[in-house]
Design a protein around this ligand. Structure first.
Ligand SMILES: *Cc1c(COP(=O)(O)O)cnc(C)c1O
Ligand SMILES: [Zn+2]
Length: 414
């Protein structure tokens, strides 16, 4: 197991923190695939479904051999992340307009978002390297997840927060887990540059979205999905795209499953962006060669408010490999889908609803077949974004006046 630069191909040891290749390229974990035996792993993963209390009851560590085979067990933290629900909902299927639809509720993770699948691997790896201080520059679900796992491991987390552009409820969650918020004048990019330059001297282990161990951990989502469907996947997997790390991890996990012989063909991947923050969709639709960052991204789906997604090249590779598509949806379309998912009893934050909105849009445009089957990834929990909840009209409330069986019956039946 080693790190490889996706730009120049140079190899690096995983035994020390490296945020980028010196050439500027993104790093990726390269697993020792020669050691993989699909049949043996399939039996092992099945056996572990019976685990209740051990590390292997985690929906991430169940697949440890494909994520971090070298990690000493006593460095692995867990909150039994993963193990999320997979729901067939008739109202949401009808809304999307496809023949078969399942919702994979990554929102049911312990901190309320899919970020836990990746973060648990990154924090555990940082512990194995001897770090006791963890840092990131996000203020959203990433920081909440980091703060939770750092606290669980008895360590301190530091979240670098630019003065503006902060989703309040997520910052409150982060602070509640005991993170120290370091506010600074500048942008997220300034925060990232600072950590790149000074993490080593400050003894900080950095858990930003390009951390290669986060990508390894996030692959577990598609392992778990395929496992629960007896190693067969639908025609489409649909997910929202912000920094595009989830799309990158999905593609890497799919390639692993194909390579292991656990699946026999790749599903197509649809990445949905919010119109106000859709530089990746513009690139893919326009056929250009390089991503043009969006200088002032704005969408009420706060988790998608990213103008310069670091993992766009990896995500482009995933779409090429899977014959995938991109689409952009408006905030209105996102809220409409969210209302449908919430009322179906599943619920999600706005960014997640973008997946269902995007699927519906392409079905209506005839670019996705009505007869297709799809899984939409719901990335974050309904309670993550209280501002968005206030924008969705509540069901009709009705006044009974005085509480008498007759008047209440009229309201109930009316
Ligand atoms: C982080 C996040 C996203 C975007 O995922 P990327 O990997 O940044 O593309 C979408 N939805 C939610 C709820 C998120 O927290
Ligand atoms: Zn390089």
């Amino acid at each position: 197991m080693k790190l490889r630069c996706t730009a120049c191909g140079r190899e690096w040891s995983i035994d020390r923190q490296l945020l980028h290749c010196p050439c500027g390229g993104l790093l990726e974990v390269e697993q020792d695939e020669r050691d993989w035996d699909g049949e043996r792993l399939r039996r092992l993963f099945d056996e572990r479904l019976a685990e209740r209390r051990s590390l292997y009851a985690s929906g991430v560590w169940r697949y440890k051999e494909l994520i971090h085979p070298l990690l000493p067990e006593d460095c692995a933290v867990t909150k039994y992340e993963g193990n999320t629900g997979l729901y067939a909902s008739e109202p949401v299927r009808a809304f999307a307009g496809v023949a078969g639809l399942l919702l994979k509720a990554q929102s049911e993770n312990p901190s309320g978002s899919f970020k836990d699948n990746g973060m648990v691997a990154a924090v555990s790896h940082g512990l194995s390297l001897g770090y006791r201080r963890f840092a990131c520059t996000s203020t959203g679900n990433t920081s909440a997840s980091l703060a939770m796992y750092a606290a669980l491991a008895g360590c301190q987390s530091y979240v670098f927060v630019p003065e503006s552009g902060v989703a309040e409820s997520k910052v409150l969650q982060t602070a509640a887990y005991g993170a120290r918020l370091i506010r600074f004048e500048g942008t997220y990019d300034d925060g990232i540059r600072f950590l790149e330059a000074h993490a080593e001297e400050l003894e900080l282990y950095v858990c930003n979205s390009v951390n290669p161990l986060r990508i390894e951990g996030q692959k577990s989502m598609v392992y778990e999905l395929a496992h629960s469907l007896q190693w067969s996947l639908p025609d489409w997997i649909v997910l929202p795209g912000g920094a595009l790390s989830n799309a990158s991890a999905l593609g890497k996990g799919l390639r692993d499953l194909l390579r292991l012989g656990l699946i026999s063909r790749l599903p197509r991947v649809l990445v949905v962006q919010a119109e106000g923050a859709s530089p990746f969709h513009r690139l893919m639709a326009g056929g250009g060669d390089r991503l043009e960052p969006e200088p002032r991204p704005w969408t009420l789906a706060s988790a998608l408010n990213i103008g310069n997604p670091p993992s766009w090249e990896k995500a482009r590779g995933v779409l090429r490999d899977t014959d995938g598509l991109t689409v952009a949806v408006s905030d209105g379309e996102i809220l409409e889908a969210k209302a449908c998912i919430d009322r179906a009893g599943i619920g999600c934050e706005p960014a997640s609803a973008a997946a269902v909105a995007g699927l519906r849009k392409l079905v209506r445009e005839g670019r996705i077949d009505k007869e297709a089957s799809a899984v939409c990834l719901l990335t974050g929990h309904l309670l993550k974004d209280l501002d968005a909840l206030k924008r969705i009209p509540a069901g009709p409330s009705c006044a009974a006046g005085s509480l008498e069986p007759g008047s209440v019956r009229r309201l109930i039946e009316g």
